[in-house]
Design a protein around this ligand. Structure first.
Ligand SMILES: NC(=O)c1ccc[n+]([C@@H]2O[C@H](COP(=O)([O-])OP(=O)(O)OC[C@H]3O[C@@H](n4cnc5c(N)ncnc54)[C@H](O)[C@@H]3O)[C@@H](O)[C@H]2O)c1
Length: 444
């Protein structure tokens, strides 16, 4: 990793491209424009609202700047938006249909939002069974489609006078697939693109196009996309930052906040039952069992890492973990989740915790899109390429370098993120070992 003098400045305009311009993407775009107009605050965004402690914990030295003042991030008023969707709706119409943001707010942003129109998508119904759109590219083979995306990326950059771009996948969850031979090497993958290999999904084609253009890529959905050896290697070779997968919002966010606390106090857990009702288009897509399977794998993975049952068999080896998502249209984007946690304490005495989270899915996801875009751009300007594990904080199933286990505990993830920023600026890392306090104490 590089230090302070190698971070290139955030000059010119940054284009943020989203394959998928549905509820999350439109809430993100409208939100940033609203913030720029002074119509709201970017709540939930660490890059905009968060502080970072640097230096020693002594009263004299205590520094706690805003993250956006500590590292050179792209200013929000120098950001432009684009993307692709299988429906032709401009961002105003799509946001109105998504019914996340208030109609009166959207009407105030209408001129800007109407100008943002999706480009034709690379889409294959085999990968998202419950959707059917006509705004779709045709091509000789998957390589041809990748080249059409590369052309879109170059045209967008020129037309919008951008110095840099970032891509964040906000498209629907694709059906579950595991890695195959075609995903293992760059050569096999490129051959697969030429030969229309059925295991190459549209999200992988976007990721390939993005990395080929040296545009950092983040995957907000649980499908593999850039999380395959071929694309991780291409990102490394092409010096491009990538990250994934599956935005950590709602129930999983709660899980990774609560579970580390229970584990820290050595409390046992027998069962964790999680269910959701969700009525937006994402819920409709997840109503298809093959798309839900992708999500389920992502949601189930978090507890194992946090609780480490193999190291704590008395506390967690019999844990039964169940996750359900139910499509229930009346609720729209306002997801409701219930968690029943069966825990046990001293001498095995049982207790229960119930969490009922009435959340708004896209309201929680929008700031993640923003932070990922700005941090990936920072990484790219700092010559940090390949998988950006320090962004695990934002994901349900963090992509790691080969052979590494992902970190799920949100507090460890935050420490890693903050220490990466400190390192970039040449500041001491903070490990919370208390040495600074100790030095203070012995100096008295
Ligand atoms: N909202 C959250 O809290 C949250 C959390 C984690 C992950 N996600 C994921 O983020 C993604 C977006 O969620 P959403 O609520 O905006 O869903 P959405 O259904 O409102 O939007 C997804 C959009 O992607 C489009 N799309 C599908 N395939 C495409 C393709 N190949 N190319 C271009 N566009 C394509 C669809 O037409 C749709 O407009 C989903 O995969 C979802 O699982 C969302």
């Amino acid at each position: 990793m590089s230090s302070t003098n190698t971070i290139k400045p955030a000059e010119g305009r940054l284009g943020i491209l989203t394959p998928g311009m549905g509820a999350v993407a439109t809430t993100f775009i409208a939100g940033v424009i609203a913030v720029n107009k002074g119509l709201g605050k970017p709540i939930g965004s660490l890059t905009q609202m968060g502080n970072i402690r640097v230096g020693k914990r002594t009263r004299e030295e205590m520094r706690n700047p805003k993250i956006k003042d500590f590292v050179p991030l792209q200013p929000l008023n120098q950001v432009v938006f684009g993307g692709w969707d299988i429906y032709e709706d401009n961002v105003f119409d799509a946001a109105m249909k998504a019914e996340v943001l208030d109609k009166n707010l959207l009407l105030q942003l209408r001129p800007e939002l109407e100008q943002i129109k999706p480009m034709k998508a690379v889409f294959d119904k085999a990968w998202v069974k419950n959707l059917d759109g006509k705004h779709v590219k045709q091509g000789r083979n998957k390589m041809d489609l990748a080249h059409q995306l590369i052309q879109d990326i170059e045209d967008f950059k020129k037309k919008n006078n951008c110095t840099r771009l970032v891509m964040v996948w906000c498209g629907s969850t694709e059906v579950f697939t595991e890695e195959h031979d075609v995903h293992q090497t760059i050569e096999a993958f490129e051959k697969g693109l030429e030969e229309n290999n059925p295991y190459i999904s549209p999200s992988m084609i976007y990721a390939y196009a993005s990395i080929k253009c040296r545009v950092p890529f983040a995957n907000g959905a649980p499908n593999l996309s850039c999380d395959i050896p071929a694309l991780a290697e291409l990102a490394r070779q092409n010096e491009t930052a990538i990250a994934g997968k599956d935005f950590k919002t709602g129930q999983t966010l709660m899980k990774t906040i609560v579970a580390p606390g229970l584990a820290a106090r050595a409390l046992g857990i027998k069962g964790w039952f999680s269910t959701n009702i969700l009525g937006n288009r994402d819920g409709e897509v997840l109503d298809d069992p093959s798309s839900f399977k992708t999500k389920e794998v992502s949601k189930l993975s978090v507890l194992k890492d946090i609780l480490a049952p193999d190291q704590q068999p008395d506390l967690y080896s019999n844990l039964y973990h169940k996750v359900n998502i139910n499509y229930y249209p009346p609720r729209g984007d306002n997801k409701e989740s219930w968690d029943n946690i069966d825990i046990f304490g001293w001498l095995g005495y049982e207790m229960q915790i119930k969490i009922n989270f009435l959340c708004r899915d896209s309201i929680l996801a929008a700031p993640i899109v923003l932070d990922l875009a700005l941090f990936l751009d920072l990484a790219q300007r700092s010559n940090m390429s390949g998988v950006q594990e320090w962004l695990s904080f934002y994901f349900k199933s963090p992509q790691t370098a080969p052979g590494l286990n992902p970190l799920h505990d949100i507090f460890k993830q935050l420490m890693k993120l903050e220490n990466t920023l400190r390192h970039l600026k040449g500041e001491d890392l903070i490990t919370h070992l208390g040495l600074d306090y100790y030095e203070e104490f012995i100096a008295q």
